[in-house]
Design a protein around this ligand. Structure first.
Ligand code: ARG
Length: 566
């Protein structure tokens, strides 16, 4: 960004101080501070041995002669702020236009993004939306920027709970085949098992025994398990479709069943896995790590979640040699992954860059959305609630909303509001969901994004504009402050994309889109677009077209679809 300014500033540093610098410029936080700003004078002051303001003045003096520079100011402790001419500023929009295009996938090894990871035989809970859409958005951003991505659903399809479910099915099942069960019915069986087991502890050992048999390949239990997996996967498919979520692989925990023994042997041989209580196996870590021991095999020889995660890491490294692995989970799994990584290191494995992308807990401001004891709040139910609330909103705004297909719009807006409710929040904090905010037409919400996009499209339709955003050289001498702010909001897009990717925080992109909506609406209310004189009209329509496209592309990376009309 601002290549010409960087070149000029580098030259100043070479000439005045004999230093090789690569000076970077960024957009100021507020358009009052110009179009581009740099802190180089502050950061280089120490090594150069001169006061920052003096360096800033030297730089400013040189910049004043650079083509495309309209005004330069030294501010505060030594910031250099630059205002560009309209031609130079509009030229910068090239970067934004380029960032709209999806880069072809490189030939590099893949980035593995693991997300959603539901457990079989249970419907998706409301909280699953967080990791599911965060993971999808991150995958989309990576892919857009030319990284080959493997989107991985690591399904929880193995473990003692299947033994329990099998026992419950046997004892209290209705007699119909598993394939005819709904997920809710399967969940009921599981809940009943747990309730009964509180009074009758022998049930638990029956459950464990059934799972042991399943592990050993019992034919009937295998067939039962397989059917449970099918019932679950087909019900997941519906929700994933509504959320625009897609995976390349759904290899779950069961896949690693035959890949754990060799790892257990390797660990024993290397002295990493040692005997814990009653013949179990554990990994222990150096005291300074502060990590508690990691149980990798139970005393009855059964493997665990941890054992499968070790196998999963080994398999991914051996099979894909990934350039990076991201695993999205909520904060509750932080310790588990720290222990996992520490264990891999003790085993002497070379791991690719790995991040456990953590997110906070989800909470509804509305008390009616909390769960009663023992019940899970189903995601499907929450999505339906969102759609019916969106329908209400559409009906109350009947006078301003113009749509031919109310059902489609309600689905888009309802689901979109929840999804955007996740992606516009900083994932590192607890995520709070407030229906009024999510469905508002004014704040940082999906409806606001949709409405702004539809507004831009409507301007283009009325102006019979084809939506292309090439900017001619025939530009007005000066830009209004609304135009300048809009251009700056458009310029923020490429950087927001890259920052979202690097930090695994899609809310950075969401915030940039929100700021763009605000700048566009301000521009729309301040400037005449269609009635402006020819030269201005051309510029303003092109800015409108570019705004619409940035909103569309950015939103689609966040899994949202925006209507052209509403
Ligand atoms: N299925 C697990 C759960 O619901 C999450 C899996 C996270 N990923 C992993 N590789 N352990 O708790």
């Amino acid at each position: 960004m601002f290549a010409r300014l960087s070149l000029a500033a580098n030259t100043t540093f070479a000439r005045a101080y004999g230093r090789e610098e690569s000076v970077s410029w960024r957009l100021p936080d507020s358009s009052e501070h110009g179009d581009a700003t740099t802190t180089i004078a502050l950061s280089a002051a120490k090594t150069i041995g001169k006061p920052p303001r003096e360096i800033a003045e030297t730089l400013a003096a040189d910049l004043r002669g650079v083509e495309g520079v309209m005004k330069v100011e030294v501010a505060g402790a030594g910031y250099v702020n630059v205002w560009l001419t309209s031609v130079a500023l509009v030229d910068e929009l090239d970067e934004t236009t380029k960032a709209l295009n999806k880069k072809p996938a490189s030939k590099d090894p893949p980035v593995i993004v693991e997300y959603s990871q539901p457990n079989i035989a249970k419907p998706l809970g409301a909280h699953h939306i967080v990791g599911t859409v965060l993971g999808q958005a991150l995958s989309n951003v990576y892919e857009h920027m030319g990284f080959p991505v493997l989107r991985w659903n690591y399904i929880g399809d193995w473990g003692t709970q299947f033994g329990k479910l099998a026992v419950a099915f046997e004892k209290w099942g209705s007699g119909k085949p598993v394939l005819q069960y709904t997920l809710d019915e399967l969940l009921d069986l599981y809940v009943k098992f747990n309730a009964e087991a509180e009074n009758d502890p022998s049930l638990d050992s029956e459950g464990r025994e059934a799972f042991r048999k399943l592990e050993q390949g019992d034919k009937e239990l295998r067939a039962f398990w397989q059917d449970v997996v099918s019932v679950t996967k087909s019900s997941l498919a519906d929700i994933y479709e509504r959320l625009h979520v897609k995976f390349d692989l759904d290899l779950g925990e069961s896949f690693y069943e035959d890949k754990m023994e060799s790892i257990l042997n390797e660990g024993k041989k290397k002295g990493v896995f040692v005997e814990g209580e009653e013949g179990s196996l554990i990994a222990q870590f150096a005291p300074e790590t502060n990590l508690p021991p990691y149980l990798v095999q139970k005393k009855d020889g059964a493997t665990l979640y941890s054992t499968r995660d070790l196998a999963q890491m080994r398999y991914r490294i051996d099979t894909y040699n990934p350039q990076e692995i991201l695993i999205l989970t909520d904060i509750a799994q932080k310790l588990h992954f720290e222990q996992l990584v520490a264990t891999c290191q003790l085993l002497g494995w070379t791991l690719p860059p790995f991040e456990n992308v953590l997110f906070g807990r989800m909470r509804f401001a509305d008390r009616s959305m909390s769960t009663r004891k023992g019940n899970i709040l189903k995601l499907e139910h929450v999505l339906d609630e969102a759609v019916s609330r969106a329908r209400e909103v559409i009906r109350t705004h009947r006078d301003t909303i113009d749509t031919r297909d109310e059902d489609a719009l309600a689905e888009m807006m309802g689901v979109g509001s929840l999804v955007y409710g996740v992606l516009s929040q900083n994932r590192k904090q607890d995520l709070v969901f407030d229906w009024d905010k999510m469905l508002s037409f004014e704040g940082n919400s999906a409806p606001y994004l949709m409405y702004t996009h539809a507004r831009a499209c409507s301007v283009l339709r009325k102006g019979e504009h084809k939506g292309d955003f090439t900017f001619g050289k025939n530009l007005p001498e000066s830009l209004s402050s609304a135009e300048r702010s809009l251009i700056q909001a458009l310029l923020a897009f490429p950087n927001a994309l890259e920052e979202s990717r690097k930090t695994a925080m899609p809310h950075i992109l969401a915030n940039a889109l929100f700021a763009l909506c605000q700048a566009f609406n301000h521009f729309y209310h301040t400037e005449a677009i269609l009635k402006a004189e020819a030269k201005l009209k051309e510029l303003r329509l092109a800015l409108t077209a570019l705004t619409a496209q940035v909103l569309r592309t950015g939103s689609s990376l966040l899994t949202l679809v925006l209507p052209d009309q509403m």
